[in-house]
Design a protein around this ligand. Structure first.
Ligand code: GLN
Ligand code: ZN
Length: 761
């Protein structure tokens, strides 16, 4: 039995990777120095894994931005607009693809499967690929020469690479495969010549709902690769769920297959029992969660290893994390302020590698060898389990009783619409999504308050002034439903996490989101409870300044859940219901004090969809229920809004309908045409705001452009149902462009209203 790792976080114990990168971009470090500093970070990470005794250490998983971008660049997939002329891709071109340049926009970025990591989408349009540089080979040599590590090069597999790329049509796929497979073959041959023993090819696509034909393509690819480099051992690595075509996958001509026994535990275990495992292959057992931060129940993990050894003998097992450790923070050693009860129950990347070592030790040398580690982990988990934070009976009872009831608003939408007439809104009502520009001044104010340089009174006063200014601006612009602007929030999840019971924040629990951007997700460690109103003060103040309705603004339960690290001792749905019931109290507080419209944002609801379509139903059932629990107790006359960022309405119309929100706003300005056609096919009668301009660009849309967008929306929507708003919050925009854009939006709406009235006369 051996231990293996699939990938190590890049960002460093103190985010030195991020800092180095940003210093280079800011021109504070020369390229040569920059590369040297990055090398140091990379070597430190390898050394740490070596010191821990990991047998198969990944190399080539490190990157200067994103590993998928690395792969695209390695094959020369550099779109024309970057004016690349062949050969090794210059660093400036590499970063231009990631971040854009004066002359060329950046490549698109999107979520890596169901994680919060974002990769750069390779553009394959009209480019004939070649190997520009064998990156895994360089990484292998470096580890060997500098540290004496016989590393395991990691590369994203050909099928997953092609599936994640864009710029080609389905019918071009076979031709692309013929082009790209020889390049992978070349890379692998060179690795074999160098004396590399194992290479890890990541194919997470194999856990998604692929077709039998796709599986045939995968078989073809791996047959070619095996023939090209027969001496090289390929570890075909899957993760994030169980594989779909198990018996085909395990019989591919590769030397090992890695399976996720955390997120795909049931499916993979079942397949293993049913179909067995080939006698000549290594099984990579992903048993330590690479996506969460809790210490493992080591006794259970050891039992799992025993079960698996019933089918595959020890000699052919590697114990490893369920996925790359990229998705978890680096080390607990920097957490000096965490309560020991919580800290002891956590395991970040470094501690997870220790867990793997303990499990290997136990399997090889017996229980007594690892008694200490096993006992410590048991005690830590038990202590937390017995703590008052995880035993809030009131919370648990209210979740239990909410489960026996349907979460439903008392009246139908038709009846509610009648009662909501009291809002006296014009047709084509105008509004915004919630946030207004978070200027440097606002961020500085918050910092001063956090550091104690400002008292809470001074800070509150400052926030109130911002609210007052922007209520004024919105009135002058002539918007119909106003917002307070969210100036008091840095982040839409953190803000609520800090105010609800059951959440905690680490000092240094950063994970990479994209490029140098890191996020520090809140940790849900206990039963979630409402402690005191969280948004009421600002909303009421804003409402006191105007006769127009001001929307109350909260983040929904599913988004709070999906953007946090969640306790692993109870189901995610149960945590979602706890959050929902706490937020229900917030909604009720807002309503009780006279707020007539309440928006519950759920931008992460859609992105939380499981990778397998077959699992969508269960997820949507509880996600929709959590949203409805949050919003169901208000009066008919209170209008509930929700907002989702990009959303493919077509395949999501039923869940949206189920949310039963009176109004939904979604980001569609970039795919308006498609959206309109989906309304032709589906009936939707509630209020809907189809973002009429793109807030992701500083460009001010003209009145005429917006008129066109509104008119095309009116082909499928009723003027009373169609809300006019930008497509997302405005917090990243500048003040001037925001005001001008909203002025044009209101002017466009007035023009369309006039046209419609003349028409109806
Ligand atoms: N109300 C939030 C805002 O305007 C919504 C943000 C989001 O959808 N991500 O900023
Ligand atoms: Zn949004």
């Amino acid at each position: 039995m051996k231990s293996s790792n699939l990938g190590y976080p890049r960002i460093g114990e103190n985010r030195e990777w991020k800092k180095t990168l940003e210093a280079f971009w800011a021109g504070k470090v020369e390229e040569e120095d920059f590369l040297l500093q990055m090398e140091q970070i990379r070597l430190q990470h390898l050394q740490k894994q070596k010191d821990k005794g990991i047998d198969y250490i990944p190399v080539g998983d490190f990157t200067l931005y994103d590993h998928i971008l690395d792969t695209a660049v390695m094959f020369g997939f550099v779109p024309k607009r970057y004016e690349y002329e062949g050969g090794k891709v210059p660093l400036s071109t590499y970063f231009a693809m990631a971040r854009g340049s004066q002359t060329a926009v950046a490549s698109e970025m999107t979520k890596w499967f169901n994680t919060n990591y974002h990769y750069i989408v390779p553009e394959l349009t009209g480019i004939k690929p070649t190997v520009t540089e064998n990156k895994p080979l360089l990484a292998y040599r470096e580890a060997k020469e500098k540290l004496g590590i016989n590393g395991k090069p990691v590369i994203v597999g050909p099928y997953t690479f092609l599936k994640l790329s864009k710029g080609y049509e389905q019918k071009q796929l076979p031709a692309l495969i013929l082009q790209i497979v020889p390049l992978y073959a070349q890379i692998l041959q060179e690795l074999a010549e160098e004396g590399v023993e194992w290479v890890q090819l990541d194919e997470p696509t194999l856990v998604t709902s692929i077709t039998a034909d796709e599986m045939k393509t995968v078989s073809y690819i791996y047959k070619q690769l095996q023939e090209a480099a027969p001496e090289l051992k390929i570890m075909l690595q899957t993760y994030f769920d169980s594989v779909e075509y198990y018996s085909e996958v395990i019989n591919l001509p590769v030397a090992g297959v890695g399976l996720d026994f955390v997120h795909g535990l049931e499916g993979n275990l079942q397949s293993l029992a049913t179909y067995g495992f080939p006698k000549d292959k290594i099984l990579g057992v992903g048993l330590i969660d690479g996506r969460n931060i809790w210490r493992s129940q080591l006794t259970d993990k050891a039992k799992l290893v025993e079960i698996i050894t019933g089918t595959v003998p020890k000699e052919r097992l590697w114990l490893q994390p369920s996925s790359s450790l990229l998705h978890v923070p680096v080390t607990l050693s920097q957490e000096t302020n965490l309560h020991p009860l919580i800290k002891d129950a956590l395991a970040f990347a470094d501690e997870k590698l220790d867990e793997i070592q303990s499990l290997v030790k136990r399997a090889l040398h017996g229980e007594t060898e690892v008694m200490k580690e096993f006992n410590q982990s048991e005690t830590a988990r038990n202590d937390l389990a017995q703590s008052p934070a995880r035993n809030r009976l009131e919370v648990q009872e209210s979740v239990a009783s909410s489960l026996s009831q349907v979460a439903k608003r008392p009246s139908s939408f038709d009846k509610r619409r009648e009662d909501q007439q009291v809002l006296e809104l014009p047709f084509l009502p105008t509004t915004t999504i919630g946030s207004f520009p978070q200027t440097i001044e606002i961020r500085q104010a918050r910092r001063k308050w956090r550091r104690g340089e400002w008292t809470t009174e001074v800070y509150d006063q400052f926030v109130q002034e911002q609210i007052k200014t922007w209520i004024g601006i919105q009135e002058v612009i002539g918007l119909d439903v106003l917002v307070h602007g969210e100036f008091e929030r840095t982040d839409m999840v953190e803000f609520f996490g800090e105010k609800l019971g059951g959440f905690i924040f680490t000092q240094n629990g950063w994970v990479q989101s994209y490029g140098s951007r890191c996020v520090k997700p809140p940790v849900i460690y206990g039963d979630v409870e409402f402690l005191q109103p969280m948004t009421v003060k600002e909303s009421l103040y804003a409402q006191s300044l105007t006769k127009k309705p001001v929307k109350g603004m909260i983040t929904g339960p599913v988004t709070i859940l999906n953007w946090s690290f969640v306790r692993d001792d109870i189901s995610r749905s149960e945590v979602a219901f706890q959050i929902a019931l706490a937020l229900q109290k917030e909604v009720e507080s807002l309503e009780a004090l006279g707020i007539k419209i309440i928006q519950v944002d759920e931008p992460a609801l859609r992105e939380g969809l499981p990778l397998k379509k077959s699992a969508w139903g269960t997820y949507l059932d509880w996600a929709v229920k959590a949203f409805r629990l949050t919003t169901c107790s208000v009066q008919d006359s209170t209008q509930i809004h929700t907002h989702m960022c990009y959303c493919d309405f077509h395949d999501f119309i039923e869940p949206i309908n189920q949310l039963d929100a009176d109004v939904i706003s979604i980001e569609t300005s970039r795919s308006h045409g498609e959206l309109i056609s989906s309304f032709n096919d589906n009936k939707y009668d509630k209020g809907i705001g189809l973002g009429v301009y793109d807030i992701h660009s500083p460009r001010v849309p003209t009145r005429e452009e917006i008129v066109n967008v509104i008119e095309s929306g009116l082909q499928v929507l009723e003027p009373t149902q169609f809300w006019i708003n930008p497509d997302c919050g405005l917090k990243t925009r500048g003040i001037e462009e925001t005001i001008q854009s909203l002025q044009n939006m209101v002017a466009a709406t007035r023009l369309v209203r006039e046209k419609l009235s003349v028409h109806n006369r």
